[in-house]
Design a protein around this ligand. Structure first.
Ligand SMILES: *Cc1c(COP(=O)(O)O)cnc(C)c1O
Length: 402
C-alpha cells in the first residue's frame, strides 16, 4: 500500500457496488437511543414502511423483511417456493447467478444452469428453446439476476415473462434485484415477476443487514402447497404480521428500520422515476469518461453494448496489475475506494489485478460522479497508465447537458 497522502484526509468515498454511500439522513435517523419494541413509533411505522418498499418495487402484493444480507434473501425466497427435488432453471450472467444457484443446490433443488458467460446478457432464444422442451413442466422456477453486479450486465426481465407466457409454462419467475432496485427501472407487477429479492445496502442506501422478498399471489399459492417451509424463512407471518415481532421473526432490527424509513423518504421525495433517470444520466457520464480513456491504452468495458449495461455498476478491465494499482492509489491518495473485480479471476491469480468495478448506485449525484472520474484520471496520470484524453470533458458534457 502506498504511503498515506495528505490528500486522503477528508470525507471518504466508497464507490463500490455495495455497500453504497449512506445519506446523512439515514445515519442520523439510526443515531438514537434504543426504542421501545412493544408499542409506539417503531411498531406503528411498519405498515407505512412495507408500503414504501412496495412502491419502490412497483408492486401492490406482498413483502417479507429479513434480518440478513442478500444471500439470506436468496435462501428466504427459495425456501418458500422450492421443495427438495424440484427443478429450477438458473440463467447465469455472472458470479451472482451462480451464487443463487448454489443456494438452490444447498436446499436440495435440482439445479440446471444456462450459463451465458461473463460478458453477455441472457439469450432469450436459448431460454425459449429450453422452456419449450420442458413439456412436462418439470421446471418450477426460472431464476434470473436483473443486474449481475460482477459483470454489470442488465438482463431483460420482462422478456423472460413474455417467454414463459408464450410457452404456456407455469414456472415462477424469480428475479434478483439486489443491485438494481432503487437504481434501474423495475416494475414487479407490470413485468409479471412472481418473486423478487433485494437487500438494504445498495440502491436502498441503508447499511447491510436487512433483506426483502417480494412475492405475488401465484408465488403465495406455491408456498401454500409446499409440504414444509423453514419456520425462520417462512414469508407468511412476516408479510401478514398480526403482531410486531412477526414482521422480523423475533426482535426487530430497530435501528435499520429507522434508517430504512429515512431512505424511503428520500427516494419517494425525489420520485422513483427521477431516481431511475438520475442513475441513467450518471451512468452515461461514467461511460463517456471510460470510453474516452479506452481510446488509448488498455481500459475496456466488460459489457461493450451500452444498451446492455447496468446504470448502477460498471465492470472494467485494465492491463494487470494496473487495476489493482489504480484502486490502491486512489484509496491511499484520495480517500476514494473503487470496487474489486468479481468472478473474473481468483484473488491469487495475476489476472485478478486486471479487473475493477465502479459503483454508481444510490446516494450519488453529479459532483460525486465527477469526483470519482477525476480521481481515476488523477490515478491514471500519477501511475503513468496509458489512457485516452478528454474523459472529464466528455463526462462533464453529459452532466451539464442533462
Ligand atoms: C450484492 C449482491 C448480492 C449479494 O448480497 P449480499 O448482501 O452480499 O449477500 C446478490 N446479488 C446481487 C445482484 C448483488 O448485487
Amino acid at each position: 500500500m502506498t504511503k498515506q497522502s495528505k490528500l486522503a484526509q477528508g470525507r471518504s468515498y466508497l464507490a463500490i457496488p455495495g455497500p453504497s454511500v449512506m445519506p446523512d439522513a439515514v445515519l442520523s435517523a439510526m443515531h438514537r437511543a434504543a426504542p421501545n419494541i412493544y408499542e409506539g413509533e417503531l411498531v406503528e411505522m411498519m405498515p407505512a414502511l412495507a408500503a414504501g418498499l412496495k412502491r419502490v418495487a412497483r408492486t401492490d402484493r406482498h413483502v417479507a423483511m429479513y434480518i440478513s444480507n442478500g444471500h439470506g434473501a436468496w435462501e428466504a425466497a427459495l425456501s418458500n417456493v422450492i421443495a427438495p427435488g424440484d427443478r429450477v432453471l438458473v440463467l447465469a450472467t455472472g458470479r451472482f447467478g451462480h451464487g443463487w444457484a448454489e443456494m438452490a443446490t444447498g436446499l436440495g433443488a435440482e439445479v440446471e444452469i444456462l450459463d451465458f458467460g461473463r460478458n453477455a446478457p441472457i439469450d432469450l432464444a436459448q431460454v425459449a428453446e429450453r422452456l419449450k422442451a420442458d413439456t412436462g413442466h418439470q421446471i418450477k422456477a426460472v431464476m434470473a439476476v436483473h443486474v449481475d453486479t460482477s459483470s454489470s450486465v442488465r438482463n431483460d426481465v420482462p422478456g423472460l415473462r413474455r417467454l414463459l407466457d408464450e410457452a404456456g409454462h407455469p414456472a415462477l419467475l424469480m428475479a434478483d434485484c439486489i443491485a438494481s432496485l432503487g437504481c434501474e427501472r423495475f416494475e414487479m407487477d407490470a413485468w409479471g415477476v412472481d418473486v423478487m429479492v433485494t437487500a438494504s445496502q445498495k440502491g436502498l442506501m441503508v447499511p447491510p443487514g436487512m433483506a426483502f422478498v417480494f412475492f405475488n399471489d401465484r408465488a403465495e399459492e406455491v408456498r401454500a402447497r409446499l409440504p414444509r417451509v423453514s419456520r425462520y424463512w417462512d414469508w407468511s407471518p412476516r408479510a401478514h404480521a398480526e403482531e410486531f415481532y412477526q414482521y422480523h421473526g423475533g426482535t426487530a432490527p430497530t435501528h435499520h428500520l429507522y434508517g430504512l424509513r429515512a431512505a424511503l423518504d428520500i427516494i419517494h421525495e425525489e420520485g422513483i422515476e427521477q431516481v431511475w433517470q438520475r442513475h441513467a444520466t450518471l451512468a452515461r457520464a461514467v461511460w463517456a469518461a471510460c470510453e474516452a480513456w479506452s481510446a488509448e491504452g488498455s481500459l475496456r468495458f466488460n459489457i461493450e453494448d451500452r444498451a446492455l449495461r447496468s446504470h448502477a455498476v460498471t465492470a472494467l478491465r485494465l492491463q494487470a496489475p494496473h487495476a489493482t494499482e489504480l484502486r490502491d492509489w486512489v484509496q491511499s491518495n484520495l480517500g476514494l475506494t473503487l470496487g474489486v473485480g468479481l468472478g473474473m479471476a481468483l484473488p491469487g491469480e495475476p489476472a485478478w489485478h486486471g479487473f475493477f468495478r465502479l459503483g454508481h448506485m444510490g446516494h450519488v449525484n453529479g459532483h460525486m460522479i465527477m469526483g470519482l472520474l477525476g480521481g481515476i484520471e488523477a490515478g491514471l496520470c500519477a501511475l503513468k497508465i496509458d489512457h485516452g484524453p478528454g474523459a472529464l470533458q466528455t463526462a462533464a458534457e453529459v452532466i451539464g447537458g442533462a
